[in-house]
Design a protein around this ligand. Structure first.
Ligand code: MN3
Length: 202
C-alpha cells in the first residue's frame, strides 16, 4: 500500500509565497487522490503494491498492460509530489558547500541556475515538472510532461517544481512566472544538499 508522506511543516508555513489553501488542496486532494487511485488500481497485484515507489517506477514495464497507464500516471505523480513537498520549507536558505561549487561550475552562479530553471518552468507548455538532475559530476535542468520524471529513466533529481496549474492557480491564476519567482523563497536547500551528497557519494 502506498500512503501520503507526512509534511514536515504546517499548511500555512510557506506563506506568503505558497498559500495555505493551495498547499492543503494540492497535498490532500490532488496528491491524496493519486495515492488512492494507485492503491485501487493495484488491488490484487500485491507484487507491485508491496514495492517502494522508486522500485515501482523502475518496473513499470512489468505491470500488466491493461492497468499500466493508470499505474504510471498515479505512481509518477505520487513520487513527484513526495519529492516536491520535501524540497520545500519555511526557512529562507541558499545553497552552500560542495553543492554551491557544482552549481557555479554548471551554471556560472546560483543566479544563473535560478534564471535557467525559471525560464524552463515558464516555457513548459501545459502541465508538467521541471527538474535539477545530478549526473556524472554535473547538474542539468530538464522538464517533463504530465507525470513523467527523470526517475523513470533511472536518473536522480535533487530539486523539482510542479508547474501544473493546480499548484498555483488559486493565488496566482495564470501568472506562472510570479509563482516561480516566489517559490525560490521556500526551497529547502538543506534537503537538496542532502540529496546531492547522497548521489555524490555513490
Ligand atoms: Mn501537483
Amino acid at each position: 500500500m502506498f500512503s501520503l508522506p507526512k509534511l514536515a511543516y504546517s499548511y500555512n508555513a510557506l506563506e506568503p509565497y505558497l498559500d495555505r489553501e493551495t498547499l492543503q488542496i494540492h497535498y490532500l486532494k490532488h496528491h491524496g487522490t493519486y495515492v488512492d487511485n494507485l492503491n485501487k488500481v493495484l488491488t490484487g497485484h500485491d507484487e507491485f503494491l508491496n514495492m517502494g515507489i522508486d522500485e515501482l517506477l523502475q518496473k513499470l514495464n512489468r505491470v500488466p498492460e491493461e492497468i499500466r497507464t493508470s499505474v504510471k500516471r498515479n505512481s509518477g505523480q505520487h513520487a513527484n509530489h513526495s519529492l516536491f513537498w520535501q524540497i520545500m520549507g519555511p526557512k529562507k536558505e541558499e545553497p552552500r558547500g560542495k553543492l554551491l561549487k557544482v552549481i557555479n561550475k554548471s551554471f556560472g552562479s546560483f543566479a544563473g541556475l535560478k534564471e535557467k530553471f525559471s525560464l524552463k518552468a515558464i516555457s513548459r507548455f501545459g502541465s508538467g515538472w521541471v527538474w535539477l538532475v545530478f549526473t556524472k559530476g554535473n547538474l542539468s535542468i530538464t522538464d517533463t510532461v504530465n507525470e513523467e520524471s527523470p526517475a523513470m529513466e533511472g536518473k536522480a533529481a535533487i530539486l523539482t517544481l510542479d508547474v501544473w496549474e493546480h499548484a498555483y492557480y488559486l493565488k496566482y491564476q495564470n501568472r506562472r512566472a510570479e509563482y516561480i519567482k516566489a517559490w525560490w523563497n521556500i526551497v529547502n536547500w538543506q534537503e537538496v544538499e542532502r540529496r546531492f551528497n547522497e548521489i555524490n557519494r555513490q
